[in-house]
Design a binder for this molecule. Structure first.
Ligand code: DC
Length: 204
């Protein structure tokens, strides 16, 4: 395919959108951008003393490869810098040009279908209950050797939801034309299959 085809996948933390996005990108042979990583990279720089807006304006591809971007501490820092309008603005152009690349693109985040790519060809909103999402995150953390407890992980998930959904700028919400996939009771395979079916309907 030489033309562009943009798939927007939004949803709260640990709903499965990363896994679904990677699988969908592989299935269709599209490039994938995890936009949360941009905010995490900015959050990580702020944790070492940089100013949020400057950190976003000066972000480089190398910053996205930094160690430790997946920690809970960086996730909270990312959610905090993400409420700042100028930080979001600094990241818009990069995301939009990625979305338009020839050959197709999958972008996952919180505001892709609503703000970054309101004209995306296919939009999904991937969600799950806070308890299910916290359970998944808790298992990942335990497997990675962390001794965090479930209640703390659940509180973290809820705090991030609260901030992401209630901020003034580009709050997390499904686009009116998004297909909602609730993964609470779905296996990964079933969730990926549902996503592929929804996207194929938009291709024809
Ligand atoms: O998807 P993630 O957990 O890596 O995202 C980390 C934080 O970044 C998330 O809590 C909110 C913010 N974010 C955002 O505001 N907009 C996006 N498109 C992606 C992430």
């Amino acid at each position: 395919m030489t033309t562009s085809f943009t798939i927007a996948i939004d949803g709260p933390a640990a709903a499965g959108k990363g896994t679904i996005s990677k699988a969908v990108a592989k299935h269709f042979g599209f490039a994938h951008l995890d936009t949360g990583l941009l905010y995490r990279a900015v959050g990580a720089k702020v944790l070492v003393g940089e100013k949020p807006v400057e950190a976003a304006q000066d972000l480089t591809a190398e910053d996205l490869q930094a160690d430790g971007l997946r920690t809970a501490e960086v996730a909270q820092a990312a959610s905090k810098v993400a409420v700042i309008g100028e930080v979001r603005q600094a990241l818009v152009d990069f995301q939009r040009s990625f979305a338009r690349r020839a050959g197709g693109a999958v972008l996952d985040g919180r505001d892709i279908g609503t703000v970054i790519c309101p004209d995306a060809d296919a939009k999904l909103f991937v969600t799950a209950s806070p308890e299910v999402r916290a359970e998944r995150r808790y298992k990942e953390l335990r497997e990675a050797g962390s001794d965090s407890d479930f209640e703390t992980v659940l509180a973290d998930v809820k705090a991030r939801d609260e901030r992401d959904m209630n901020r003034a700028e580009a709050p997390l919400k499904p686009a009116v034309d998004a297909v909602v996939i609730d993964t609470s009771d779905l296996s990964i395979e079933a969730a990926v299959a549902a996503a592929i079916v929804a996207i194929k309907e938009k291709q024809s």
